[in-house]
Design a protein around this ligand. Structure first.
Ligand SMILES: C[S@@+](CC[C@H](N)C(=O)[O-])C[C@H]1O[C@@H](n2cnc3c(N)ncnc32)[C@H](O)[C@@H]1O
Length: 190
C-alpha cells in the first residue's frame, strides 16, 4: 500500500486544486470507450471524461442491479451504468468535489437519465448504507486517495454478498520511484 507521508486533508486539498484548475480538459478518457457508448452521453460530458479505462465494459451489468461509482467525476460511467441496469436498477456516483457532482447532475438532467443519484463525499468513507450495491465501479480515482485500503474496505462494506468490484486505475510499485517523487504533490494529484 502507498506510503502516505502526507495527511489525508492535505492530499484532498491538492487533488481539489488540481481538478478545480482544469478549465479546458481534453477528455482523454474517451479513448477507452466505443463510439456507441459515447453517443449515449451528452456532448458536454466528453471533455470531462478523465478516467484511465472503461470499467462499465467489464462489469457485466444486468437489468435491475444497483451500481455505485467511486470517484464518479462528471458522471459518464454512472450514466452508462444506469442505462445498462435499466429503470428497475440504479446507479449512484460519489465524488469529493461538489463541482464534479454538480457537473454529473447536469449531465444526467441533459441526458434525461432518472435512475441515477450523485452525492458529494469521500470514497474512503462512503455516505452509503452497508450491503446496498451489486456492483462497485471506479475509474481513475483510487490512486488519488491517501488510504487506498480504506476505499477497498468501503467498497466491500457497501457491496452485497456476491457483489462485484470493477476498477480501472493507475498502479505503481513503490520501489520503482524514489519517495521524493512518490510523495510530491504533483505526483499525488496528477
Ligand atoms: C481522474 S478523475 C476520474 C473521474 C471519473 N471517474 C472519470 O472516469 O471521468 C478522479 C476523480 O476522483 C475524485 N476524487 C479524488 N479523490 C477522491 C476522494 N478521496 N473521494 C472521492 N472522490 C475523489 C476527483 O474529484 C475526480 O473527480
Amino acid at each position: 500500500m502507498t506510503r502516505d507521508l502526507m495527511y489525508k486533508d492535505e492530499i484532498q486539498q491538492l487533488v481539489a486544486e488540481a481538478y478545480l484548475q482544469l478549465d479546458d480538459p481534453d477528455g482523454f478518457g474517451t479513448m477507452f470507450y466505443a463510439e456507441e457508448q459515447l453517443a449515449r452521453l451528452p456532448d458536454a460530458t466528453r471533455p470531462w471524461m478523465l478516467g484511465v479505462g472503461n470499467p462499465v465494459a467489464y462489469a457485466e451489468l444486468r437489468p435491475g442491479e444497483q451500481v455505485v461509482d467511486l470517484g464518479c467525476g462528471s458522471g459518464a460511467d454512472v450514466l452508462l451504468a444506469a442505462q445498462e441496469v435499466g429503470p428497475s436498477g440504479q446507479a449512484t456516483g460519489i465524488d469529493l468535489l461538489p463541482e464534479m457532482v454538480a457537473r454529473a447532475r447536469a449531465a444526467a438532467a441533459e441526458a434525461g437519465t432518472e435512475n441515477v443519484a450523485f452525492e458529494q463525499g469521500e470514497i474512503e468513507d462512503l455516505p452509503l448504507d452497508d450491503d446496498r450495491a451489486d456492483v462497485a465501479l471506479s475509474n481513475g480515482s483510487i490512486n488519488l486517495c491517501a488510504r487506498k485500503s480504506r476505499v477497498l474496505s468501503e467498497a466491500y462494506r457497501v457491496l452485497r454478498p456476491g457483489g462485484r468490484l470493477t476498477v480501472a486505475d493507475l498502479t505503481i510499485r513503490e520501489e520503482e520511484l524514489p519517495s521524493e517523487v512518490i510523495t510530491h504533490p504533483s505526483a499525488w494529484a496528477g
